[in-house]
Design a protein around this ligand. Structure first.
Ligand SMILES: Cc1cc2nc3c(=O)[nH]c(=O)nc-3n(C[C@H](O)[C@H](O)[C@H](O)COP(=O)(O)OP(=O)(O)OC[C@H]3O[C@@H](n4cnc5c(N)ncnc54)[C@H](O)[C@@H]3O)c2cc1C
Length: 466
């Protein structure tokens, strides 16, 4: 028997909505299998619940638009019936962002799948539903690369990247998704399609910034124009061992404040042992491109750790899309998740120690570890991993998040790249302070009937008690 925690508030209206959608030529399904497929994201609580046939929510229908015009029709119809729309890319989000807590319509973006390469301007125009792995394959086939490579490359979409402000494994050199983004086509909640010519730098406030990281509450991203580059021919891989995380982090600071390598990661003792079978703290570095020779010499000169060859980098590159840990833990009744924050170098080690301690102090924690994954001149991202057991897994999980977020507030940003969703929403006002009501007002102006992703980021609809 399938159990659904949050029942839809819109089931009675859905027949009329579906009839209107079909009249407008929109593909739409009310089959249970489709509704289950669009019932949740990759938040680990949902995975644990699946073992007892429990879903957090179910949309009443799933719509499959073919382009921005279809999205526009769907939003106009949803407005006229005041029915919510939950936007789904690859559903790889981990912060309970797409889950349709109010019911209504799940919007599958996967058919918006066009890819147009502009080799002269080094740009690619991509449909929001294009999955990262396919985009990278097409680019590689033409001699290009995006150099945006999240671990979820093969299960996340371009629209999802922009909506969550995603960050890839080579971000230290090439930037996060917002640094690669040149143009957007967006459908506003009332159905208006908006798009402007992309330019290297735009006049006034860059409208792309309104939607980057907006997690589907301001509009539906239908297309993105992104920077591409030629595939770098040369690369050098280097790994170093340190006695302490403090030492490795200090070395990373000195390096990136002068030059930013394509890949830089530091793994604490637990992760170094697990990933590389090395006692100590491992730093991996990769430089690439026409200046790779000089960059390698610079790194070898600048980094004051024990050089341990290139094998750890090769091992890591080979395993970098392996996401099997979670499927090993879940059937054992263990909950497993990650929490990423960003902070300045100045208090980096305080943030590292305090958040690790906060997680470890929660009863039930089996392990907590950390690596530093993305670096800037002014600071870095720490990425914590934890696993725990409890008679009440959900209570344990929420306690870990509460302790970690409360510890982060003030000294670190509560999220580096996974976003806010429903999971982190309660801590956002404390981070944004006076900007929070401005964003809440924007949501009201853009989306008068609150139909886009209600209950996420800044709204509480339908999420009480979850
Ligand atoms: C194993 C694993 C590894 C991961 N590694 C990384 C990583 O390295 N870096 C990283 O940044 N993230 C990572 N993530 C998180 C996740 O992959 C990213 O947040 C990703 O950007 C989500 O894309 P998606 O297409 O799956 O979006 P979804 O999960 O479908 O949606 C995420 C949010 O964006 C909204 N949304 C989706 N598409 C659109 C659209 N077209 N218009 C408007 N709103 C939209 C949704 O409503 C939802 O709020 C990882 C996740 C997993 C499970």
């Amino acid at each position: 028997m399938l159990k659904v925690i949050k029942k839809s508030k819109y089931s009675e209206r859905i027949e009329d909505v579906v009839r209107e959608l079909k009249k407008s030529g929109i593909k739409v399904s009310t089959h249970l299998a489709d509704r289950i497929a669009y019932s949740k994201d990759f938040n680990p609580l949902h995975l644990n619940r699946l073992l007892s046939h429990t879903l957090p929510a179910l949309p009443d229908a799933v719509a499959f638009p073919d382009g921005a015009e279809d999205v526009s029709s769907i939003l106009q119809i949803a407005n006229s019936f005041s029915v919510p729309i939950y936007i789904f890319g690859g559903a790889s989000g981990v912060i309970d962002g797409a889950t349709p807590y109010c019911g209504g319509i799940a919007l599958s973006m996967l058919s918006l799948d066009k890819i147009e390469i502009d080799a002269e301007r080094l740009l690619v125009k991509v449909g929001a539903g294009v999955v990262g792995g396919r985009l990278e394959d097409v680019l590689n086939h033409n001699g290009f690369t995006l150099r945006h490579s999240p671990q979820s490359l093969y299960c996340s979409t371009v629209g999802g990247w922009v909506a969550t402000k995603a960050s890839g494994q080579f971000s230290t050199r090439y930037g996060n998704i917002e640094d690669l983004l040149v143009g957007l086509k967006v459908v506003m909640p009332d159905g208006e399609i908006v798009e402007a010519e992309p330019f290297p730098r735009k006049a006034f406030i860059n409208p792309n910034d309104l939607f980057t990281g907006s997690e589907g509450i301001f509009g539906v991203i239908c297309e993105a124009t992104l920077k591409i580059r030629k595939i770098p021919e040369e690369n050098y891989k280097m790994a170093f061992r340190f006695d302490s995380m403090d030492d490795a982090v200090e070395n990373a600071r000195k390096l990136v404040q002068t030059f930013r390598p394509a890949l830089l990661r530091i793994f604490d003792r637990l992760e170094s042992l697990k990933n590389f079978n090395v006692e100590g703290v491992v730093m991996i570095v990769m430089v690439e491109g026409e200046m790779a020779d000089q960059e390698r010499d610079f790194v070898l000169k600048k980094v004051n750790g024990e050089f341990i060859g290139e094998k750890p980098v090769e091992d890591w590159l080979r395993e970098r899309f392996n996401v099997s840990d979670i499927s090993k833990f879940v059937p054992l009744g263990i909950i497993f998740d990650t929490i990423e924050v960003s902070c300045f170098w100045k208090n980096a080690m305080e943030v590292y120690r305090k958040i690790l301690k906060a997680i470890r102090d929660v009863d039930g924690t089996l392990l907590a570890s950390c690596h530093a994954s993305h670096f800037y001149e002014e600071g870095l991202c720490f990425y914590f991993t934890f696993a725990g057991v409890s008679g009440d897994l959900e209570k344990y999980y929420r306690e870990v998040w509460k302790k970690a977020m409360e510890t982060a507030l003030g000294t670190a940003s509560i999220s580096h790249h996974h976003g806010i969703g429903a999971l982190r929403a309660k801590w956002l006002p404390k981070e944004l302070k006076g900007f929070y009501p401005i964003l809440r007002d924007l949501k009201t102006i853009f989306d008068r009937r609150n139909i886009l992703n209600p209950g996420k980021v800044i709204e509480k609809d339908c999420t009480e008690g979850i």
